[in-house]
Design a protein around this ligand. Structure first.
Ligand SMILES: Cc1ncc(COP(=O)(O)O)c(C=O)c1O
Length: 414
């Protein structure tokens, strides 16, 4: 188990005080705090190596090396077969819009795609708008209201040989539900459909192995796992090679630059590389058991780190659920059975009887506890649950730097 006293000093923001007390950061699903190694990476880049790419001089060479290293780290984290299968951009939303346009070129009227009501809108609207442009039919999988899981019968009902794409979240950013990914990918593959996974919410909470999952594409955002604001897409090499890209003329067709339009955020890649050295340290110090066919020893270490994080966070989740169950008038959306802890991330959508979620979030914020309220772009879900008009939910999301004591303080304040 992680020793939290060893973890927290890596995150300087955790020392921040409000009214003399440490701030409680339960806002991780909207973006986590970053490591000192991330901050150092950015400072070092601007202090020493700031340049554009592919020049004939030292700082440009250093920049090129930082970019290659960032791709290599991400390939390790996702256990992609090739470094070129990973590309960067401003954020997951922009990258998904661009990918949807590329994929749309391969679709025609009469084709079908499957989306879900559990997803963040970044894994809904890009595909939906592309479908409108191309005359493609959209099916949206319903959720089981009782525990906010996907309705797999509904999914199966929509699946057919006409299905060309299944776009699905790894986990809900609103209520934490983890989807049965292998089962869904297997079903999609059986009808010849491509799969796109939104791993933005899931990535800071568990190891991801794209080869083991067998997905075709996966999107995530580095600012959700202790690094700066960037988006990342993984795509299977053969697919990325064959897809058309919207790009400027001199840019070549080599991967990954084919899909990396314009100048990238070099300083944030330097920061990401710094974060990754922290995760590598975590995996070396707390090597949880993992299995898999890893592309490198370092990939295995990163997966051990994320597995340790998942184990630690399961413990936080149990503590939270036990505490919430004792608060009268508190409704918890999503999975509440402690025996099903591995089907959820430590992200909780809650509401208090008689208090608007925005008011609850404000009250907590004034007490130095950072949480979100509303729909956090999981609009399909808050509408499906009938709570959009009345303020959605309060979202309380943990990261592995959070503690039992912080949860107790939160429960007390709530
Ligand atoms: C599950 C999920 N998908 C997609 C996104 C959008 O990511 P980005 O901000 O990188 O566009 C978010 C952001 O909160 C998210 O939580």
């Amino acid at each position: 188990m992680l020793d939290i006293t060893q973890i927290r000093p890596h995150f300087p923001a955790l020392a921040r005080l409000q009214h003399g007390r440490p701030i409680v950061f339960f806002d991780g699903p909207a973006g986590t705090q970053v490591t000192q190694s991330c901050i150092d990476g950015i400072v070092e880049y601007f202090t020493r190596s700031n340049a554009n790419t592919h020049g004939q001089f030292m700082t440009s060479h250093e920049t090129d090396a930082i970019i290659v290293a960032a791709h290599e780290w991400m390939a390790d984290m996702l256990n992609a077969q090739h470094r070129e299968e990973v590309y960067f951009g401003a954020n997951m939303t922009s990258l998904t819009f661009a990918l949807s346009r590329s994929l749309g070129q391969t679709l025609q009227a009469g084709d079908e795609i499957i989306l879900t009501k559990l997803d963040h809108d970044a894994n809904y609207s890009p595909w939906h708008l592309m479908a409108q442009d191309k005359g493609v039919t959209v099916h949206t999988v319903d959720v089981n209201e009782v525990d906010c899981t996907l309705n797999l019968d509904d999914f199966e009902k929509h699946l057919s040989h006409k299905t060309k794409l299944v776009a699905i979240g790894c986990a809900s950013n609103a209520v934490g539900t983890v989807n049965p990914l292998k089962q869904i990918i297997g079903m999609a593959k059986a009808v010849g459909a491509l799969t796109f996974l939104d791993a933005v919410h899931y990535a800071p909470h568990a190891p991801i192995d794209v080869q083991d999952l067998g997905c075709d594409f996966l999107g995530c955002s580095t600012y959700k796992f202790f690094a700066p604001h960037m988006g990342v897409i993984y795509g299977r090499k053969a697919l990325l090679e064959s897809l058309p890209a919207y790009k400027v003329r001199p840019a070549d067709n080599a991967l990954p630059s084919k899909f990396e339009t314009g100048t990238q955020n070099h300083e944030h890649m330097a920061g990401l590389n710094g974060t990754m050295t922290y995760l590598e340290w975590l995996g070396q110090t707390y090597p949880a058991e993992v299995s898999g066919n890893f592309r490198s020893a370092r990939a295995k270490t990163l997966h051990q780190a994320l597995q340790s994080i998942q184990d630690y966070e399961a413990d936080l989740s149990r503590h939270m659920l036990a505490g919430l169950s004792k608060i009268r008038g508190c409704k918890v959306y999503g999975i509440t059975d402690p025996a099903r802890i591995h089907q959820r991330t430590p992200t909780f959508g809650i509401r208090l009887d008689g208090e608007n979620p925005h008011a609850t979030a404000k009250r907590l914020g004034e007490a130095g506890i950072c949480v979100w309220s509303g729909n956090y772009y999981a609009l399909n879900l808050t509408e499906r649950l009938g709570i959009e008009e009345s303020g959605g939910m309060v979202r309380v999301g943990f990261a592995h730097y959070n503690t039992h004591a912080e949860i107790d303080r939160f429960l007390q304040t709530l």
